[in-house]
Design a protein around this ligand. Structure first.
Ligand code: NDP
Length: 329
């Protein structure tokens, strides 16, 4: 029971300066919860990068074990839904922010936060998907709810070479959509085409202030960037289209006008993965298992070790990571 395991720990000194190190924890030091899980795989999301570098106030309790995503096996449970041996996934719910998270050999959480590992997915697959991929699925589901079928026209994905972007492209192309990618990394053109992109728009084209309404270029969008990029995506969305907004890689502001909404009936759909209700999560993970090509998932994923997490966290906030990262414990 008191066996120690490795964990990443973020601490803060009296001057509120944050530091991060690899430490050892015992199960008795974990926070309250009714299910204990042996973490078998995790990942590094943009948010984990913000948490570890301290670039944004993601962590709101110190010390903290960061990591918003894990997949593993239940070792102890007093929750009616779970028993020892069950394979589970956790995404969000404030884990890695206010509750000890994924970057540790074990995690103790509320059973209500867990979803079962879908049949056919390994812990590694689930973390190659991770919050980024499950959010991409939530975005695609939102477009579908707004009637954006492949027949309506192309869909643009911004921040295309990132985690959410890459998985969104793989899913959309598998579902038969024509996918346009916006990227700041022209060198990744072949990578994006292999994932299913047919046209690439340079990041600069959408990052500068634009007009309230532009030429109608796409029926829908998955936006991970925010700011002028999202404003331009909206202004070029065709009549009755919809854009799912999930990210702020380019900024938190949204300098738009009401023109796309009141003159073209465009919908802006907000996507949150952290507090998303369980039913929606179960549906998203079920869809991930069926609608994400496993070969493409492998192609967009790179594996690293536990000791590489801190470096990868720095890289992701600098926009240096392509696709998804998986960490096998
Ligand atoms: P990544 O870092 O993997 O991808 C972000 C991508 O955005 C980069 O790869 C880059 O794509 C692009 N980008 C980076 N900086 C800028 C910039 N200054 N201007 C324009 N584009 C930029 O992150 P994730 O895919 O994991 O996350 C993407 C966003 O979605 C983040 O803001 C994250 O916080 C958010 N998110 C939100 C969730 C929610 O619940 N709402 C859940 C998960 C993520 P390229 O090189 O192709 O240009």
């Amino acid at each position: 029971m008191s066996e120690k395991f490795k964990a990443i720990l973020i601490t803060r000194d009296e001057e509120k300066r944050q530091s991060v190190a690899i430490a050892e924890l015992a199960e008795t030091e974990l926070m309250e919860g009714d299910v204990t899980v042996r973490v078998e795989a995790t990942t590094v999301n943009y948010k984990d990068g913000l948490a570890i570098t301290g670039k944004a106030p993601v962590v709101r309790r110190f010390p903290m074990v960061p990591g918003v995503d894990f997949a593993g096996t239940v070792t102890v449970s007093s929750h009616p839904d779970w028993k020892a041996g069950d394979k589970v996934i956790l995404n969000g719910w404030g884990v890695g922010e206010v509750h000890y998270g994924a970057y540790a050999g074990k995690a103790r959480v509320k059973g209500d936060w867990l979803v079962p590992l879908p049949a056919g997915l390994s812990a590694r697959d689930a973390m190659a998907v991770g919050t980024a991929g499950y959010t991409a699925m939530l975005c695609v589901m939102a477009l579908e709810r707004h009637g954006i079928s492949p027949a309506r026209g192309p869909v643009i994905v911004t921040g295309a070479a990132g985690g959410v972007g890459s998985v969104a492209i793989a899913i959309l192309s598998r579902l038969g959509y024509t996918v346009i990618a916006s990227t700041g990394r022209p060198a990744e053109a072949d990578y994006l085409k292999d994932l299913g992109v047919t046209e690439i728009v340079a990041r600069e084209e959408l990052a500068a202030p634009g007009k309230p309404l532009g030429k109608e270029r796409w029926a829908g969008g998955v936006d991970t960037v925010g700011s002028h990029t999202l404003a331009n995506v909206l202004s070029m969305t065709s009549y009755g289209g919809a854009v799912a907004a999930c990210g702020l890689a380019g900024g938190m502001d949204l300098p738009t006008t009401v023109a796309p909404f009141i003159l073209r009936g465009v919908s802006l759909v907000g996507i949150d993965s952290v507090m998303a209700p369980k039913e929606l999560r179960l549906e998203a993970w079920r869809r991930v298992a069926t609608d994400l090509d496993r070969g493409k998932l492998e192609a967009l994923t790179r594996a690293i070790g536990f000791d590489d997490i801190i470096e990868a966290a720095k890289d992701i906030v600098e926009g240096k990571i392509r696709g998804r990262i998986v960490v096998e414990m």
